[in-house]
Design a binder for this molecule. Structure first.
Ligand SMILES: *[C@@H]1O[C@H](CO)[C@@H](O)[C@H](O)[C@H]1NC(C)=O
Ligand SMILES: *[C@@H]1O[C@H](CO)[C@@H](O)[C@H](O)[C@H]1NC(C)=O
Ligand SMILES: *[C@@H]1O[C@H](CO)[C@@H](O)[C@H](O)[C@H]1NC(C)=O
Ligand SMILES: *[C@@H]1O[C@H](CO)[C@@H](O)[C@H](O)[C@H]1NC(C)=O
Ligand SMILES: *[C@@H]1O[C@H](CO)[C@@H](O)[C@H](O)[C@H]1NC(C)=O
Ligand SMILES: *[C@@H]1O[C@H](CO)[C@@H](O)[C@H](O)[C@H]1NC(C)=O
Ligand SMILES: *[C@@H]1O[C@H](CO)[C@@H](O)[C@H](O)[C@H]1NC(C)=O
Length: 354
């Protein structure tokens, strides 16, 4: 269960003075430190379907209008990643009882999840709509309404947000780099990968301008391992719900995706340091770079260290297969083992980690 692995460390990354760029493997609980869970009242997340708990659903059900800023949405188990989202696990595993025991825990932090399935950080980059009638969702990469209101003192947030009591996490790029965007050369003409990485810091600009100071940047996943983008030896899939007219040469797709994710992650690592330590772009802020690429790669290489379903073997279907198989037009979906062995899979479907 990827989400649990994440939850265990997301808010516990060690800090140094100024910017810190810890690797997930080095995380330690240091209760007197700025990243201590006990400092935080609120977790505010931005991103795409990897993080979305219910926001796209709200747009669909409300004629494309956003929920009021600061709205609390209930926990949702029917998400793009097949169940609970990682931010909700963070809330559970940072709760006062913290034993992961269903109804036994008392949340200590409040989740505000602004992630929207299909979102890209480069606004309007996707020239092909996700689904008919649904506009490409937006992130506050410009200081738009939701970003400005994030830090507004009332009545939206209870308890109200302060510079150090709210942690902001951003995980974005899967759609920017993928099909219908960079991977298929269908990004807005002229946009390049460095526009994507710059846009990530524009999101932090908006949040910083609103008063946020504690930031977690999650780098891009090893998408060349996802069934949607993997090569033939790694069991990449052909035409599917997310890419009905997928070309036959899976090696080309996987190699290109591997180049994209590795390259932008290298930029994110060095640029996060640069912006903080050299350019002093975010005075007083703290950054944690969460290495999702390494975490998911580790799970892929040694799934039995992470996954507790039945039949989990190194090199096995747990990491190259996926649980939920839909037809091309998403009308019929079949779950492996009728959904009774979810904990055995790294991927919920062709694209989404569980
Ligand atoms: C939905 O939005 C469209 C376009 O703005 C508008 O014409 C329509 O009346 C709205 N429908 C409802 C039920 O609000
Ligand atoms: C979880 O809750 C059950 C039922 O209340 C209890 O029997 C069990 O000991 C709890 N487990 C932990 C780890 O607290
Ligand atoms: C698929 O990728 C793996 C890992 O990079 C590589 O070892 C293998 O040769 C590739 N297979 C094909 C068919 O491209
Ligand atoms: C698939 O793409 C790779 C990388 O671009 C190329 O080397 C290879 O020749 C292609 N294979 C076929 C069958 O076209
Ligand atoms: C795997 O571990 C999680 C967390 O402890 C637990 O909730 C779940 O029931 C376990 N799954 C299986 C199949 O044992
Ligand atoms: C779904 O796609 C299949 C082909 O993949 C087609 O036969 C079927 O008619 C489609 N169903 C709908 C409801 O569009
Ligand atoms: C899944 O459920 C169906 C319908 O209840 C049943 O016929 C089938 O045997 C089940 N398959 C597995 C693998 O449990």
């Amino acid at each position: 269960m990827l989400a649990i692995a994440f939850a265990a460390v997301a808010l516990l990354v060690p800090s140094t003075t100024g910017a810190s760029v810890p690797k997930h493997a080095r995380s330690q609980h240091e209760s007197t430190q700025p990243w201590s869970v006990s400092n935080f009242d609120s977790l505010i997340t931005f991103g795409d379907s990897y993080t979305d708990e219910s926001r796209l659903g709200w747009f669909i059900n409300h004629n494309g209008t956003a929920p009021p800023a600061g709205s609390l949405s209930p926990e949702n188990f029917v998400t793009a990643s097949g169940g609970r989202t990682w931010p909700r696990y963070v809330i559970q595993y940072t709760s006062s009882s913290g034993n992961g025991n269903g109804s036994e825990w008392m949340p200590q932090t409040t989740l505000y999840d602004y992630a929207v399935s299909g979102a890209m950080v480069l606004i309007n980059q996707r020239t092909v709509p996700l689904r008919p009638g649904i506009r490409t969702p937006r992130l506050p990469s410009r200081p738009d309404r939701s970003a400005r209101e994030l830090i507004s003192p009332e009545p939206f947030f209870t308890p109200s947000l302060t510079a150090t009591s709210a942690v902001y996490a951003l995980w974005i790029g899967t759609n920017d780099l993928g099909v219908w965007a960079f991977l298929t050369d269908s990004q807005v003409p002229g946009k390049v990968l460095s526009d994507y990485t710059s846009c990530v810091y524009e999101v932090f600009n908006a949040l910083y301008a609103s008063g946020g100071r504690m930031f977690v940047l999650m780098n891009t996943a090893p998408l060349h391992l996802a069934p949607l983008y993997a090569n033939a030896s790694l069991h990449g899939v052909g035409a599917n719900q997310y890419w009905p007219a997928k070309p036959a040469n899976l090696t080309q797709i996987a190699e290109t995706m591997h180049e994209y994710t590795s390259t932008v992650n290298a930029v994110l690592e060095y640029r996060t340091l640069f912006e903080n330590l050299v350019a002093h772009r975010y005075p007083g802020a703290r950054f944690a770079l969460f290495d999702m690429y390494s975490l998911i790669s580790d799970i892929y290489d040694a799934p039995s260290n992470y996954l507790n379903g039945t039949g989990v073997l190194d090199g096995g279907e747990s990491v190259w297969g996926y649980e939920n198989d839909c037809d091309l037009n998403q009308t019929v979906c079949v779950k492996r083992d009728n959904g009774t062995n979810s904990d055995a899979f790294l991927w919920f479907d062709e694209l989404h980690p569980r």
